[in-house]
Design a protein around this ligand. Structure first.
Ligand code: FES
Ligand SMILES: [Fe+2]
Length: 383
């Protein structure tokens, strides 16, 4: 990465080439993948304004269960109150601003105690006690600052923008996921990766299988792409995606191609022939399979570094079983993930070079173009 490239912002005209019709469109300009200035704009204009998936409601089943999540530089506490309601707050004391909780998660929290001067907060965010603050001090004036929160399909979403469209309307046009029973599914595995590539390269890579035959022999052996005409395009304001078909005799995406875990109850025979891949903007990658749901979220750490959290959700029956063994599917996606991260890291090296010029999309890369167009529209509004 050269200093000149790192400091430069793309021109709106450069983005217009991505926003144009698919047949003539060009990929995003290189500056969007390597510039600290762009990442600051994205944090302010995208990650601080969109609904972001930060976890599962089942992660905090009991009163006093909590976890913290960093979003666009802010630490947010998500916790379940004594009344069982899940709420989110900035992890910041209302006295002189100390960070409150240092750990990433915990259980059995009775109150949030600031380590600095011992102000304490109830789990609903109200100020419980502020030692020796005087007679005219009103505790009601200093609750923790709340962050907007919503639950969709068992996933907890946060939005730092107080004026954002409510979660339900924002996601009103998502496909109907009910048949996958996601709120009832349980996490069977979670792996975090740190990838030396921009977060958008990860979303773009997920959005196409043009690379699959060469890069993922284990994947190409068991599932096949479907032409755009056959699969149609699933696009909405907040997402895009589409299915791939399992090859004849294959039951799920696993090393063996067999499924040893219970199918999600109620899925049709037709549903069991497909795996669906959705990018939910900006950074959630949701992949329902016949017997599990795979979820990635991609969190920018730097222009050229991303933390990817990958989780596998199974039926509760499967996870609760004494002999629960998800290794066949976990290994499959872990191998595939690592192959993808290597490709993304090579792409990062290339798009950061003076020698990069935006290129054309191949016909099966329509979902990459849709994601890039969504991004280019957002960025154009921020420049
Ligand atoms: S900063 Fe928290 S009690 Fe003073
Ligand atoms: Fe891939």
């Amino acid at each position: 990465m050269t200093i000149e490239v790192a400091q430069r912002l793309p021109r709106v005209a450069d983005l217009d080439r991505t926003r144009g019709p698919f047949a003539r469109a060009r990929t995003l300009p290189g500056e969007v993948y390597g510039s600290g200035e762009i990442l600051r704009l994205e944090q302010r204009g995208i990650f601080s304004r969109e609904w972001l998936c930060v976890g599962r409601e089942a992660d905090i089943p009991a009163a006093g269960d909590w976890f913290a999540k960093e979003i666009a530089g802010d630490s947010i506490i998500v916790m379940r109150g004594a009344d069982r309601t899940v709420r989110a707050f900035y992890n910041v004391c209302r006295h002189r601003g100390s960070k409150l909780l240092e750990d990433t998660h915990g259980h059995g929290l009775a109150r949030v105690l600031c380590p600095y001067h011992a102000w304490s907060y109830n789990l609903d965010g109200s100020l419980q006690n502020a030692p020796r603050m005087g007679a005219d001090f009103c505790k009601g004036d200093f609750p923790l600052l709340a962050v907007r929160i919503g639950v969709l399909e068992g996933f907890i979403f946060l939005n730092l923008d107080e004026g954002a469209t409510p979660l339900e309307s924002h996601f009103a046009d998502l496909p109907d996921f009910k048949r996958f029973r996601m709120p009832e599914l349980a996490r069977g595995q979670r792996i975090e990766y740190e990838v030396r590539a921009n977060w958008k390269l990860i979303c773009e890579n997920y959005s196409e299988c043009y690379h699959c035959a060469g890069a993922h022999p284990q994947l190409a052996r068991i599932s096949e792409q479907i032409s755009r005409d056959e699969r149609g395009q699933e696009i909405g304001r907040s997402f895009n995606g589409g299915p791939m078909r399992l090859r004849e005799g294959i039951e799920t995406m696993s090393m063996s191609g067999r499924s040893t875990l219970p199918t999600i109850p109620g899925l049709s025979h037709e549903d069991c022939r497909y795996v669906h891949y959705y990018v939910i903007y900006p950074n959630m990658l949701l992949s329902p399979h016949p017997d599990y749901v795979l979820v990635h979220t991609a969190w920018p750490l730097a222009p050229d570094r991303t933390r990817v959290v990958c989780e596998w959700l199974f039926t509760a029956e499967a996870v609760d079983a004494k002999d629960f063994d998800p290794s066949d599917v976990v290994q499959f996606w872990d191998v595939t993930n690592r192959q993808d991260w290597a490709l993304c890291e090579r792409a990062q090296a290339g798009v950061s070079s003076r020698g990069y010029r935006p290129g054309p999309y191949q016909s099966s890369e329509d979902c990459v173009h849709i994601f890039d167009r969504w991004y280019a529209d957002r960025l154009a509004g921020l420049l």
